[in-house]
Design a protein around this ligand. Structure first.
Ligand SMILES: [Zn+2]
Length: 208
């Protein structure tokens, strides 16, 4: 699931700079200018995020949108997903700081993994075979599958010291740099802002 190739930071109005799906999901509620922004205000936005994350094809997205957009089940699922996101955020913040993952979230993840499993299949490629992961999209709740899977993978397989919150904003990311010294969500969003601020401060000090 972890994609090696470079992706743009913004796709269809969503941020993809976490290097990990569960972290990108947390980043669907960024803090900008001190205020939280909900990037998943409705079920269509959620489908668009899944599309942007390359978990759905454009055709699948259009089909599901037509079927579910106004359904009570879709609305409920969206609410549950946003709740899950905030629970997960609290847990990731603790875990990043070296804390243990709470038993409650482990149980929650296990319940989600059991109810909405990822499906594995073997695919033929040009020069061999590869394993593919997919998930059912029969009902809105199925969309928990890749999120629960990715969150479980995060806690199980990722070095917590490599996961951190941007020094400037609330965005989370997995630091995949060689030296492991990434401090900002992105140079463009926060890195430059900090550099400009530091430069201005130095100039001010120099002038005094
Ligand atoms: Zn930032």
């Amino acid at each position: 699931m972890t994609k090696v190739r470079e992706r743009p930071e913004w796709i269809d109005g969503f941020l993809f700079l976490g290097n990990q799906l569960a972290l990108d999901f947390l980043n669907t509620r960024p803090i900008q200018n001190g205020e939280a922004q909900e990037l998943l205000p409705d079920f269509t936005a959620l489908l668009r995020w899944f599309r942007a994350a390359e978990l759905l094809s454009p055709r699948e997205m259009a089909h599901l949108q037509q079927h579910w957009e106004e359904s009570a089940c879709a609305r409920r699922t969206l609410e549950e997903m946003r709740e899950f996101r905030e629970e997960l955020r609290k847990e990731v913040v603790r875990w990043e700081a070296g804390g243990n993952v709470h038993r409650a979230i482990i149980e929650k993840l296990n319940a989600l993994l059991a109810a909405h499993p990822m499906l594995t299949s073997l695919k033929q490629t040009e020069n061999g075979h590869r394993m593919d992961l997919s998930f059912e999209t029969r009902k809105p709740e199925d969309f928990f599958a890749p999120l629960a899977y990715s969150a479980a993978k995060l806690f199980a397989e990722v070095d917590h010291t490599r996961v951190r919150k941007c020094g400037q904003c609330a965005l989370h990311f997995l630091d995949t740099s060689k030296k492991g010294t990434r401090r900002w969500c992105s140079m463009r969003l926060c890195g430059n802002r900090l550099k400009v601020a530091a430069y201005a401060a130095r100039k001010r000090l120099g002038a005094e």
